[in-house]
Design a protein around this ligand. Sequence first.
Ligand code: NDP
Length: 284
Amino acid sequence: MDKYAVIGWPVEHSVSPQMQSAGIKELGLNAVYEKIPVQPHELGEAVSRLRQEYAGWNITVPHKETILPHLDKVEEAAARIGSVNTVVNEAGSLKGYSTDGYGLSAALSESFGIHPLGTRFVFIGAGGAARATAAYFAANGAGKISIINRTRAKADAIAELIRELEPGCRTQVAQPDEKPLLQSLMQETDVIIQATSLGLKNDDPLPLDLGLAAAGTPVYDMIYRATPFLTEAQKHGCPTANGASMLLYQGARSLELWTGREAPVEAMRQALYASLGAARAKAS
Ligand code: NDP
């Protein structure tokens, strides 16, 4: 029997086991997918054990960057961003991949019919998820990527990475209080991606004033539920979607990397959305 897992700290909240188990079942594989809590100081030891026993695994916070030195190979796109969320164990040799960019791209295609080529993106947030997905869009022909972040240095670092990797992709950086600049960025974009952690807690402020956006601009929030930011976007006449579909497609891509089979997306979606609903009910 093949064993797969998600490692992280904390990892208790992860719904990847429900989603991946549904995919495994639908494909008729003799395999299991587990949740393994791994504290930061245990990572090296955990990877040694996983190398012996597991065919592949997902990596979540806080190990996405620190796992790189423990791997034998890293696909070019993941090496460029310095972050891995999927490991494939090829007979004891560990190869790392990042499927977050693919996941968001598939989600934007599904919800809004948006594809990276020539598209202008505004990212709000400059953490690991924004970095991975912005680099993916740049590599796939994005026309322009603007990054709005509280901490300017982190947005500058993503813009610099993009300019190095894809000089043809225009970049711009702003902070949330630069109103005239924000207004022009928000008016001249094809899509707005909310990539901060604001909205995870009920009393969080909105990450940005959506009054600055043109009505009709699609808004995607990486958080996996209907956030106040998305409600506000709808009030401004913007079509919206939340991060559940990104979570789905990044996981589907992981399953494809492990098995070489096309992922049964609808079976995985059903299990994932049911688990997210149950998790929400438990939290409220
Ligand atoms: P990071 O911790 O790396 O980045 C957090 C980002 O949020 C930074 O830009 C940070 O700004 C900003 N931020 C946090 N608190 C505040 C605040 N009080 N005011 C303004 N900005 C703030 O997180 P990730 O990049 O890993 O994740 C970002 C979001 O994306 C999370 O909500 C996560 O759940 C979600 N996500 C969803 C995925 C999916 O599959 N749907 C996959 C991965 C992530 P600063 O730089 O100034 O600190």
